[in-house]
Design a protein around this ligand. Sequence first.
Ligand SMILES: [Zn+2]
Length: 145
Amino acid sequence: MVGEFAAATASLKTAMDIGKAMLDAKGAYEQADLRLKIAELMGELATARGTLADAEDAARQRDAEIKRLNEALQIKSIIVKDGDAYFDIDADGKPTGEAYCMRCWQADHRLFHLSYPRRMDHPTVCPQCKTQYNFYRTQRHEKKG
Ligand SMILES: [Zn+2]
């Protein structure tokens, strides 16, 4: 899809070059109306070119988002929910290490480790979305071995 947009953009660029050559030509296109029409045509082509370039950017962004979501699908098989957080899985399939933000994973499919408080009666906090969690519902799991 991105390639098609790029090709269309290149074609329009060529059409604009042809139109410019017609405007620059001496003698052959002397009629003022004809020049006006060509100028209009070039204006339309320039607009179309800009629109296609925008569409190409949007397609690139969508491709990047698809890639990110595919990666998230891969990650989904190596993390597990426990309490109010997600964790890496150890060799035995048990949660291990520090907690990832539940909200960020469930809403955005992004993993951010929670920030742990000095005191256990204070909440853990996601540095990304600032969601606070009960310390005891997001406790670290000691790594074994
Ligand atoms: Zn978060």
